[in-house]
Design a binder for this molecule. Structure first.
Ligand code: PHE
Length: 339
């Protein structure tokens, strides 16, 4: 019996040495030490032994079991370390590898343009005001002194929601809202979306953007309007930019003008951007009509003001040399990423 036990030990130690996997070692543990294992099997025969032999064999059996147990647990430890090292090797982190670039978006060219214009005017002390895109007919036309038969009121020019509401056709109603809610001195710009019943083509979009400007105070003159716009275009298009005021008509300003600037591309010589003119029309402006002041409860004898409005899309198109306004609203990243 002793022989058998020592044989088992020898075989077990050999086998344990042969294997390198946790589950294989576990199988060996069951094979040798388990309830139905080889050692247990032998010990079952102990009953046949004499009283003298029994403790001797018992001792050998315990020693053999102890040695096998130790060999197995040593081996398991060893395997654990090997597996851990392999895992570390597989998961090695090279901190010198270039990082993955996170794609962050950027501002739409129209928003960039708006920001630039806002930056210039806030630098001159203007506050930014806002108004709703769904406006009353009253604020968009009546309070702005538009005669009842003004062509822009026509259903074919304006998106009406009902007889009192429309999608604003200009940012000028923000003038009305501002003058009704605040006392002069007033000095605001109002950027926002506007809507007109236009068939989309290269230069027209039924949705477009304007930035309105309004200054109301005592003794505001046309010279200040000219000075303000001159300072603005010089910052936007460059120091040498000149302005030209051409007489025009808007119901809400008197006198009114359309304002041209020398072409920023050819500096006035004539090129494809200015269509050979040397000048580019960029905004409408004028002195606030006394009727508009009155409509807002401001006394035109005491106060005067100027207002202007520019098409942001148009200026962005000129500045970034975009030849089709529809490109701005198609949201094609290949286009937008260029700005
Ligand atoms: N609202 C005018 C337009 O849309 C522009 C403008 C604004 C003109 C303010 C004069 C004063 O054409």
């Amino acid at each position: 019996m002793k022989e058998q036990l020592l044989n088992i030990k020898e075989n077990a130690l050999k086998e344990i040495n042969k294997y390198e996997k946790m589950d294989e070692i576990e199988k060996l543990r069951v094979k040798y030490l388990g309830k139905k294992g080889e050692i247990t099997n032998i010990l079952k025969g102990m009953g046949k032994l004499s009283a003298e032999e029994r403790p001797v064999i018992g001792k050998v059996a315990n020693e053999v079991r102890g040695e096998i147990e130790k060999a197995i647990s040593d081996k398991k430890e060893e395997i654990k370390i090997i597996e851990k090292n392999e895992k570390l090797k597989a998961e090695v982190l090279d901190v010198t590898m270039p990082g993955k670039k996170i794609k962050i978006g950027k501002k739409h060219p129209i928003t960039q343009m708006m920001d630039e214009v806002k930056y210039i005017f806030t630098g001159m002390g203007f506050k930014v005001a806002e108004g709703p895109e769904i406006e009353t007919v009253f604020n968009n036309f009546d309070a702005l002194n538009a005669p009842k038969n003004h062509p822009s009121r026509d259903m074919s020019d304006t998106f009406y929601i009902d007889e009192n509401l429309l999608l604003r056709t200009q940012t000028s109603p923000v003038q009305i809202r501002t003058m009704k809610s605040a006392k002069p001195p007033i000095k605001i710009i109002a950027p926002g979306r506007c809507f007109r019943f236009d068939e989309p083509d290269a230069t027209h979009s039924p949705m477009f953007h304007q930035i309105e400007g309004l200054v109301v105070d005592k003794n505001v003159t046309m010279a200040e309007l000219k000075g303000t716009l001159d300072a603005f275009v010089k910052q936007l298009f460059g120091e040498n930019t000149k302005t030209k005021f051409r007489p025009h008509n808007f119901p809400f300003t008197e006198p009114s003008a359309e304002v041209d600037v020398t072409c920023f591309k050819c500096k006035g010589k004539g090129c494809s951007v200015c269509k050979g003119e040397g000048w580019i029309e960029i905004l409408g402006a004028g002195m606030v009509h006394p009727n508009v002041l009155k409509n807002c409860g401001i006394d035109p004898e005491e106060y005067s003001g100027f207002a202007f409005g520019m098409g942001v899309d148009r200026i962005a198109m000129l500045k970034y040399e975009i030849d089709d306004i529809r490109l701005l609203f198609e949201n094609d990243m290949r286009f937008l990423n260029q700005f």
